[in-house]
Design a protein. Structure first.
Length: 120
């Protein structure tokens, strides 16, 4: 079992482990409920809480299946809400005008790093 030092930053993955234009999910922090989703376009990375603002369900029903078929939007599998992956803005669906919750992150030596409590 993994033991974390309190407030120790959490490494999600290497940037190059996310397909350009794709997204990847991560489990919640220990003791947390919501996982995270990281999206990549080139060197641009965004990290969001994996929770639809409409009713709080995870965005993916199958691991790492976040993007629409054309790769333009993050899609909520529950109600079909479509989010701009670079801003988190819901453009279509029951939460139109709302945003995904952004997670502060850093890129350190090619790794995506978030605070230990990210997603709590």
């Amino acid at each position: 079992m993994e033991t974390l030092i309190e407030n120790e930053p959490r490494t999600l993955c290497r940037v190059d482990e996310i397909t350009d234009g794709g997204a990847k999910g991560f489990p919640p922090a220990p003791g947390g409920f919501n996982g995270l989703v990281a999206w990549r376009r080139g060197e641009e990375i965004r990290v969001w809480v994996n929770s639809c603002p409409h009713i709080g369900t995870p965005l993916d029903w199958t691991p790492d299946k976040f993007m629409t078929r054309d790769g333009k939007y993050i899609l909520c599998a529950t109600h079909g809400a479509a989010f701009a992956p670079d801003s988190g803005l819901c453009l279509l669906g029951p939460c139109e005008g709302d945003y995904l919750t952004a997670v502060k992150h850093e890129i350190k030596d090619g790794l995506i790093v978030v605070a230990a409590e990210a997603g709590l």
